[in-house]
Write a new protein. Structure first.
Length: 113
């Protein structure tokens, strides 16, 4: 059996995987108790500038968390008047779980759009 050739291309991005936690769904369910939302297991992947270590991405996240927070809120509930008005990094970490992957490999032959 021939060895599989190594053809993966590393891209100049790190990935932040964001998943809603129970407080996020408690907020959602308080807004619309007639249609409760169950906690899904999947999340959203955000690609950010490449970093050699998680500390750099964490610093980026602390400066830019609100962009992600807004996107996550909007994905679930579009009425901005119902969103938390004081979105702090502390609230972000209470409502959303993040996992940083410093290495992102592209294994497809087609270009990324």
């Amino acid at each position: 059996m021939e060895p599989i050739p190594y053809f993966y291309d590393s891209i100049n991005r790190s990935a932040i995987i964001v998943k809603a936690k129970q407080p996020f769904f408690d907020w959602m369910n308080a807004l619309d108790p007639e249609n409760p939302v169950e906690t899904p297991t999947d999340g959203t992947v955000y690609l950010v500038k490449f970093a050699n270590n998680n500390n750099t991405v964490e610093k980026w996240l602390k400066r830019n968390f609100d962009k992600i927070f807004i996107n996550e809120l909007n994905d679930w509930w579009t009425d901005e008047d119902d969103w938390p008005q004081k979105r702090t990094y502390k609230l972000f970490t209470e409502w959303l779980d993040t996992e940083v992957q410093a290495t992102v490999l592209d294994i497809e032959e087609t270009e990324i759009n």
